[in-house]
Structures are given as structure tokens and as C-alpha cells.
Design a protein around this ligand. Structure first.
Ligand code: PNS
Length: 160
């Protein structure tokens, strides 16, 4: 069984992330969406909230599993019995960071392979900072995030 781990902050999870997952399950038998629990990074949603949202989005899919990890990604990947990390790339500006991360991970674990998938062009403009700004100014983010994400973002950002 070919398993890929798709790690990220997913704060929030976007239609661009969903696009990568929908396409990657045609290449891999199972995709594990792994939410990074980074205690030093300030996030809108807690790791539990992000996992809960993702579980809701993928509740009807057997080929997508939702999980979280702490610490080094390479250790988590090994624990999941695979050597494949999947990352989406939106534009050329993503490339530098992604390449650095892929090389750092390869240094930490030589058998690890990073597979990149280019996000479909209609999603390439979507970023978490744009989404946060639009929602905090009471605009519609329905073309950028799944319905449940928009609802939960409104609850968080427009609460006060
Ligand atoms: O969605 P993001 O924020 O671009 O995801 C980045 C993430 C979480 C995949 C990356 O920061 C990561 O793998 N963090 C875990 C710590 C780690 O393994 N660092 C070394 C590789 S750079």
C-alpha cells in the first residue's frame, strides 16, 4: 500500500489543500493529512480544532486519514510506515522554502522522498493570510475554504 503523508499547519485548511488531497489519492492508496502541532507558533485554531475540522471535511473518505504530529516530521513519517512526504506548490515563490525543507528532511532521513504537486491554477492565489484578512473584515471566503472552515473562522474572528 502506497501511503503519503501530507503535513502542514492547515490554519486554516483551504480549497487549495483540498485540491492537492483530491488529486493525490489518485496517485497514492492512502493520504495521511498530518496537522503540525507547533507550540511556539500562534495559530487561529488549536491542533484539536484543526483535526476536528479536517475529520469533518473527510468524514466520507476511506483513503484520507487525519492525524497530528509533534516534533520532527521525519520521525512521524517513519512511525507511519512510509517514506513519502507530499507537499503542494502554488507559485514559484513557494519553491525556495519547499526546496529548503525537502533538503533538510533528506539530510535528517536519507530514505525520505518529498513529492510535490502543483496546485491547480484556480487555487494558486489562496493563502491563509488573505483568508484571515477577508473574514476579519466580514467578507466572503466561500471560494477559498470549505463551508465548515468559513463558519468556524467567523466564530473565531468575528466573535468580539
Ligand atoms: O503549512 P506549513 O506551515 O507550510 O507546514 C510546514 C510544516 C509543518 C510541514 C513544517 O514546518 C514541518 O515539517 N514542521 C515539523 C518540524 C520539522 O520536522 N522541521 C524540520 C524540517 S524543516
Amino acid at each position: 500500500m502506497k501511503i503519503a503523508v501530507y503535513p502542514g499547519s492547515f490554519d486554516p485548511f483551504t480549497n487549495g489543500h483540498e485540491n492537492i488531497i483530491e488529486r493525490s489519492v489518485k496517485v497514492f492508496d492512502q493520504v495521511i493529512v498530518a496537522v503540525a502541532h507547533n507550540t511556539t507558533k500562534k495559530t487561529i485554531f488549536t491542533v484539536e480544532e484543526r483535526v476536528e475540522i479536517l475529520n469533518e471535511v473527510f468524514k466520507n473518505r476511506d483513503d484520507v486519514k487525519v492525524d497530528y504530529f509533534e516534533g520532527l516530521l521525519v520521525e512521524y513519517i517513519k512511525k507511519m510506515g512510509t517514506n513519502v512526504v507530499l507537499r503542494g506548490m502554488r507559485t514559484v515563490s513557494d519553491f525556495e522554502f519547499e526546496m529548503q525543507m525537502a533538503l533538510a528532511n533528506k539530510t535528517l532521513s536519507s530514505e525520505l522522498e518529498t513529492v510535490f504537486m502543483v496546485t491547480d491554477s484556480e487555487f494558486s492565489h489562496i493563502s491563509s493570510s488573505v483568508i484571515k484578512e477577508v473574514v476579519s473584515l466580514n467578507g466572503s471566503a466561500s471560494h477559498m475554504v470549505p463551508e465548515i472552515v468559513e463558519k468556524r473562522l467567523r466564530e473565531k474572528l468575528l466573535r468580539s
